[in-house]
Ligand binder design. Structure first.
Ligand code: NDP
Length: 298
């Protein structure tokens, strides 16, 4: 099986380089790959890459993810998040390739407290959310075999992440303020990458599995709950922290105004993906704990 991975250097792309390697012959490209072209702003270049490599599976981990910058950089965001996936889908439909793509809880308006199902109405609040939704719609409309995984609150062990930022701040300050009115599930890029590889295998001979799926760690918390978990875990591990127990203040999103509004309810209903691919998604604490163990043992 020939696999083309785009966005190889992102949180998810890095983990996909690992999880996709055993599936077949993997070509992994980043935005700086010239020959073949891996830059999703170059729509002809991307089409040329797919035609030249003729992959059986295209995995698109590339996205314009600077949510706040997107509000004033609409064209670039739309090109990467909507037009490029449309080109990939057109090429996949032409060649019969499977297209694996990632989307987001930001396609919803964040109202209510129930987990969103795949058939719930979308209502993006931001340019990022709108363009990610347009990308999904273009893929479905192209008629190629596809797996679109909507996920939330992605972190990776490699590079910076929310947990590491909280630990740094907890070592520097006596009090912290963290948002507690946005609810979601911190989801490891490693989990997404492993499930993606599993789903690609499961798709062989089962085109009926084509579709949109919600994929995240199980359970949910607020950013405040997430920060509290991380800091408590570090304290137990003997890390020297300035912030005392009970010194993490829960605040509303309005305390941190940002150009792009965030959805308050990012809970994703996971039944469909678990049933279709016979998997059990672990609680978010398991992955966060593992990432912290690796980080704190360094
Ligand atoms: P990252 O921001 O870590 O990585 C995005 C990747 O996209 C980078 O490697 C970047 O490459 C690449 N990219 C950006 N512009 C281009 C371009 N023009 N051409 C080629 N590559 C480009 O994101 P994640 O790994 O976290 O996200 C993976 C997927 O999950 C995305 O589809 C995202 O929308 C979705 N998602 C992410 C969430 C999150 O919390 N992070 C939440 C929900 C969904 P470079 O650095 O070289 O520009």
């Amino acid at each position: 099986m020939k696999i083309l991975l785009l966005g190889k250097n992102g949180q998810l792309g890095w983990e996909l380089q690992r999880s996709l390697a055993p599936l077949g012959e993997l070509t992994a490209l980043g935005s700086d790959s010239l020959e073949p072209c891996g830059d999703l702003r170059d729509l002809d270049g991307i089409a040329g890459t797919v035609r030249a490599l003729a992959p059986d599976v295209i995995v698109n981990a590339a996205a314009y993810t600077a949510v706040d910058r997107a509000e004033s950089d609409v064209d670039s965001c739309r090109t990467v998040n909507a037009l490029a996936p449309a080109v990939l889908a057109r090429e996949a439909a032409r060649s019969g390739a499977l297209l694996v793509h990632y989307s987001t809880d930001y396609v919803f308006d964040g109202s209510g407290e129930q987990p969103w199902t795949e058939s719930d109405p979308s209502g993006p609040l931001s340019v990022y959310g709108k363009t990610k939704l347009e990308g999904e719609q273009a893929i479905v409309a192209a008629g190629c075999r596809h797996l679109i995984f909507r996920t939330s609150w992605v972190y990776a062990a490699r590079g910076g992440n929310f947990a590491k930022t909280m630990l740094r701040l907890a070592a520097e300050r006596e009090r912290l303020s963290v948002v507690d009115d946005q609810i979601g599930a911190p989801t490891g890029a490693d989990l997404l990458a492993d499930v993606s590889a599993h789903a690609i295998r499961a798709m062989r001979g089962h085109p009926e599995l084509s579709g949109i799926y919600h994929l995240a760690a199980a359970g949910h918390t607020s950013w405040h709950g997430y920060a509290s978990f991380v800091i408590e875990r570090a304290r137990q591990a003997g890390v020297d922290l300035k912030v005392g127990p009970g010194a993490i203040d829960a605040v509303a999103s309005s305390a941190f105004p940002s150009p792009a509004p965030r959805p308050k309810n990012s809970r994703l209903d996971l039944h469909k993906v678990q049933q279709a691919f016979d998997i059990t998604l672990p609680d978010w604490r398991i992955g966060v704990n593992r990432m912290l163990t690796e980080f704190l043992e360094k």
